[in-house]
Ligand binder design. Structure first.
Ligand code: M6R
Length: 366
């Protein structure tokens, strides 16, 4: 049932070439230059006119929500707040009747997310869901939603569900932005065309699997790690850090790269691996300076870069090249090497990657 892979997690990382395809199938049409999301078609006018969107989730789903914030603000110019379901529900939050509350959950059973949905409904908001497990509790509680169709995810560490969630959020933000007129037709079409290339680009990254395994060997004795990114890649840094800590038990923190100088830089010495998502985008020059700051303090830099990047290659200790894509789609590619790095570090440390200690696949307790 692991399809020849040693662990479900590795199988699920590799499945991302096809799972992304399954998520966009019948929804993104390069022929008609269209995005269509049947599950939320009726609420698109509401989304177009929304004054704000509240995104709620836990763990990896919350990270996907953070990418959603950047996407909705960029494409649709709708203010977004991303909330941990557990904080939201216990805080007496301000919810307006015209709010759109978007709950994200792989399992569809997370207790805090479910309770937050009920609260939002009571307050009269429109509640939408992005879930993977068909027929689970969250899709039953929401007014409308979109399934991620990533297939069953068995490994406790979420991998293909994350890329599927981000894919759905991207499609939603594109659709709303285009209808609203804030995402120009040309950009919209470019995104649609690029979607079709994502599976092959992920496959190209996965070809580096053995190189990544080799690289991972250097970090199995580490006790701490930092993950940095900016813009769309900041949530990817958070997700990279979560993956490492939950399966390898190495303490890791994700940070927006520019925040480093406000504290975390004090941690950097020759024992600190710093994983940086540094593909070519509008923050590129800035992230190059952040890498220099780390190197000046003898930190060990492992950077995910765009193919052909020589500038960072000259500075970093190790680079992993990934194919070029549009800035807004970069999270879908940059997260993959981070998943593999965590996987190999954990395996080489002898950890039970599919069932890490103290964790359950779905958290149905509050
Ligand atoms: O099923 P959900 O997406 O609601 O689960 C949320 C979190 O419990 C989950 O993402 C958790 O953080 C994963 N172990 C992360 O890999």
């Amino acid at each position: 049932e692991k399809g020849g892979y040693e662990h479900f997690m590795l199988k699920e990382i590799f499945e991302q070439t096809s799972s992304i395809h399954d998520t966009i199938r019948g929804r993104v049409s390069p022929q008609n230059k269209e995005v269509f999301l049947g599950g939320i078609n009726d609420v698109i006018p509401k989304l177009v006119n929304a004054r704000r969107i509240l995104i709620i989730g836990c763990g990896t789903s919350w990270h996907a929500g953070m990418v959603g914030e950047y996407l909705f603000e960029e494409f649709a110019r709708i203010p977004v707040e991303v909330e941990y379901a557990s904080e939201f529900r216990y805080r007496n939050p301000v919810i307006f009747e015209d709010d759109i509350v978007l709950a994200i959950s792989q399992s569809g059973e997370t207790a805090d997310t479910l309770a937050a949905i009920k609260l939002a409904k009571q307050a009269g908001a429109t509640v939408l869901g992005i879930c993977n497990v068909v027929g689970s509790s969250i899709p039953r509680e929401t007014d409308a939603g979109v399934y991620t169709h990533a297939g069953p995810e068995i490994g406790v560490a979420s991998t293909k569900a994350f890329t599927a969630q981000v894919t759905v959020l991207t499609m939603m933000a594109m659709l709303v932005g285009y209808r609203k007129g804030t995402l120009p037709k040309e950009e919209y079409h470019k995104l649609i065309d690029e979607f079709a290339h994502l599976p092959e680009k992920i496959a190209k990254i996965l070809e580096k699997d053995q190189d990544i395994k080799e690289l991972s060997k250097r970090y199995i004795e580490s006790t701490n790690a930092l993950y940095l990114g900016r813009g769309f890649l900041f949530p990817v840094a958070l997700e990279g850090a979560l993956k490492l800590k939950e399966i390898s038990y190495i303490h890791a923190e994700g940070y927006p790269a520019a925040e480093m100088k406000h504290g975390p830089i004090a941690l950097i010495d020759e024992h600190m691996p710093v994983f940086v998502a540094a593909t070519k985008d509008k923050s590129y020059e800035k992230i190059v300076s952040n890498i220099q700051e780390v190197k000046a303090r003898k930190g060990h830099v492992i950077a995910i870069v765009t193919e052909g990047d020589t500038v960072i290659a000259d500075m970093a200790d190790y680079v992993i090249e990934i194919p070029e894509t549009l800035e807004a789609l970069a999270p879908l590619l940059t997260v993959v090497p981070f998943q593999l790095i965590s996987y190999y570090i954990a395996v080489l440390r002898g950890c039970n990657v599919d069932q890490p200690r103290n964790l359950a696949k779905s958290v149905t307790v509050e």
